[in-house]
Design a protein around this ligand. Structure first.
Ligand code: CAA
Length: 383
């Protein structure tokens, strides 16, 4: 397979790179320390047309391809992993199901302001008893004639409580498993919809993560997304695309740490020469560069498959699993190359090392990615 980005992709990369260098890099340390969302930067991303990168212009998007979206997440994460996931969760988790499964009215009402960056989106799937086993959803949406009555809660929701629009999964028909789950568009501010505390996290601290609490929330009938009972498939197919976003985020974090380590290794003199000229360090750098190249091929080719409307579920899982695994290795090596200096607060590699960890956990742990990959190569076995 021949793989090459176009001149347009590289122009976009340069544009986002300079935005991230100028607007996010100077505040990345304080965002991390203060657990603070980059409101201004996210607003500017919207003004640049990046919050709706892969969606058609008629819905306020930029009309670019999935690879452009992956490059955007990668470049933000190269500077700040939290900013990368804000874009990823907004574009591929919160907005995608409305684009792919919404009717015309839902797209006009909800997708358009999201794609223009006027509003922020989030995805409410995970619950205390439904993490890896997403089909174990316990939140309920009972048909009351004119509306559904939503009760229950979601945990670990990226972009909450900043987000305005939530795609929420709930059981509409109990006792029939995943086929009893439906998807709904839920707005912040509706009576009975509240947020729990903002979690205090190890990494990606510039992104917000909160609990959603639903107490008798009246969801209008027209906010059912797709048909009743289609929710689990909507969630799964949304996660397929979301995993490309997280793979790109992991790739960006690893790239940022690698570049820092490379620069430092060329400057740092020990035993009378730069440490990059010592084999122990040069081999480490060679391994880091090779892993990054492999990850980039996996991420970009999964993006191309999605763009081509080919089957890409397995390739997205491979990209997410591999890119996040190597993000941990590469950021660890970067801290090692910096030595004691890399262990200090205020060093980018220290933050990147912490930011990398979540990429092996969310949007399906890497163990779940292996379940997905195995089910594609072996086929679904009898339970
Ligand atoms: N696309 C469409 N349909 C799919 C699908 C896909 N990728 N994968 C499965 N399905 C369908 C199946 O075909 C099956 O359909 P039928 O009922 O018609 O037979 C149905 O869904 C059930 O499939 P399974 O029996 O395979 O489902 P399962 O209960 O065994 O679960 C799983 C499969 C892959 C383990 C799934 O539960 C899973 O992906 N778990 C991980 C959850 C996850 O990734 N959570 C992330 C939360 S979001 C997040 O983390 C975001 C963030 O913070 C940034």
């Amino acid at each position: 397979m021949l793989f090459q980005t176009t001149a347009e992709h590289e122009q976009l990369r340069a544009k986002i790179r300079s935005f991230a260098e100028e607007e996010i890099k100077p505040i990345a340390f304080s965002l991390d320390q203060e657990n603070q969302f980059p409101d201004e930067a996210v607003k500017k991303l919207g003004e640049m047309g990046l919050m709706g990168i892969p969606y058609p212009k008629e819905y306020g998007g930029a009309g670019l391809d999935i690879l452009s979206y992956a490059i955007a997440v990668e470049e933000l994460a190269r500077i700040d992993g939290g900013s990368g996931v804000i874009l990823s969760a907004h574009v591929s988790l919160g907005s995608f199901p409305i684009f792919a499964y919404g009717n015309e009215e839902q797209k006009k009402k909800y997708l358009t302001p999201l794609a223009k960056g006027e509003k922020i989106a989030a995805f409410g799937l995970t619950e205390p008893n439904a993490g890896s086993d997403a089909g174990g959803t316990e939140t309920t949406a009972i048909d009351k004639g004119d509306y559904y009555l939503l009760n229950g809660g979601k945990i670990f929701i990226t972009n909450a409580p900043k987000a305005d629009t939530y795609v929420v999964f709930a059981v509409t028909t109990p006792d029939i498993g995943t086929r009893g789950i439906s998807a709904f568009i839920v707005e912040k501010g509706w009576e009975g919809f509240e947020f729990g505390d903002h979690y205090d996290k190890l990494g990606i601290r510039s992104s917000t993560t909160a609990e959603l609490i639903f107490n008798d929330v009246k969801v209008p009938k027209e906010n059912l997304l797709g048909k009743e009972g289609e929710g689990f498939k909507i969630a799964m197919s949304t996660l397929d695309g979301g995993r490309i976003g997280i793979a790109a985020q992991a790739l960006g974090i690893a790239q940022g740490a690698y570049e820092q380590a490379l620069d430092y290794a060329k400057e740092r003199i020990q035993f009378g020469k730069p440490i990059a000229a010592q084999q122990g360090i040069s081999f480490k750098l060679a391994d880091m560069a090779t892993k990054l190249r492999c990850a980039r091929f996996l991420v970009y080719s999964a993006a191309e498959l999605k763009e081509a409307h080919s089957s890409y579920s397995m390739e997205a899982a491979m990209a997410k699993m591999y890119a996040s695994d190597i993000a941990l290795e590469v950021t660890n090596d970067a801290v090692q190359i910096f030595g004691g200096t890399g262990f200090l607060k205020g060093m980018d590699v220290e933050r990147m090392y912490r930011d990398a960890k979540i990429t092996t956990i969310y949007e399906g742990t890497n163990e779940i990615q292996r379940v997905v990959i195995a089910s594609h190569i072996i086929g679904r076995m009898k339970k």
